[in-house]
Design a protein around this ligand. Structure first.
Ligand code: 13P
Length: 255
């Protein structure tokens, strides 16, 4: 049966009070509903414990938006996977295009982060996706293949079930214009085939999320696609009512 993960990436948004208010409203909704979809909330580091404290008795899981690859040491401003685990995180977003663009993360750094997260039993949500320029030059599949081959280099197929991939075309992020269902279908099918080529049967179990201007209006159509296992949602995840509506679309797919 299809598995669905609906993940909120709050990016650099929400104060403590705003985070707690979202978490309390989500709490009262999840307590009244028996959900088949998995829900994940990724607040900024500093608000993780506050959100965790409110949601820890539910099935909603908490994740971070980044981590460093070292365990500890003189790395001012960084956070290790172990620290994230110690405050209740189960997932960490790695290689988001905003990290690649603004903080110079390359495929090799991303590979080290993925391996480090896995070693701490933190599940990486590994983001891949092409820029508009790359799409226009018909390089989408080449870019996805390079990002995945290097990002997942030297990772054993028997731990692939702990990895989630998020296809996020850079040009669709924060623009209000999502990729078309045809474009999403094509990219997700390509990623699935590549994962099976690289990791055999283990590649079939990897969840592949779509991200990029996903909202309650386009979620149902996107979630219906065979190789889409949920979404990584930015702007539309900041409003709890909108986020819940997106989860409801996923529930309709699974019912
Ligand atoms: P938007 O949903 O705001 O386009 O952001 C998508 C994203 O980057 C999620 O990681």
């Amino acid at each position: 049966m299809k598995q669905m993960l609906i993940a909120a990436n709050w990016k650099m948004n929400k104060t403590r009070v705003e985070s707690e208010s979202f978490a309390n409203e989500l709490l009262s909704w999840v307590e009244k509903n028996n959900l088949r979809s998995k829900i994940l909330i990724c607040p900024p580091f500093i608000n993780i414990p506050f959100v965790y404290n409110i949601l820890c008795k539910t099935a909603v899981q908490i994740g971070a938006q980044n981590c460093f690859f070292e365990k500890e040491g003189a790395y001012t401003g960084e956070i290790s996977p172990q620290m994230l685990v110690s405050v209740g995180c189960k997932y960490v977003i790695i290689g988001h295009s905003e990290r690649r663009t603004h903080f110079g993360e390359n495929d090799e750094v991303i590979n080290r982060k993925i391996k480090s997260a896995l070693a701490s039993e933190l599940k990486p949500i590994f983001c891949v996706g092409e820029t508009l320029n790359e799409r226009e030059m018909q390089l989408t599949n080449n870019v996805l293949e390079r990002q995945i081959r290097i990002g997942l280099c030297a990772i054993d197929s028997n731990i692939m079930e702990n990895i989630v991939i998020a296809y996020e075309p850079v040009w669709a992020i924060g623009t209000g214009i999502s990729a078309t269902t045809e474009q999403i279908d094509e990219a997700h099918n390509f990623i699935r085939k590549l994962l099976v080529d690289l990791f055999g049967n283990s590649g079939k179990a990897v969840l592949i999320l779509y991200g990029g201007s996903l909202n309650s209006n386009n979620a149902y159509e996107i979630f219906s696609l065979e190789n889409v296992n949920g979404g990584l949602i930015g702007k539309a995840s900041l409003d709890v009512k909108e986020f819940i509506q997106i989860v409801e679309k996923s529930e309709q797919i699974l019912s």
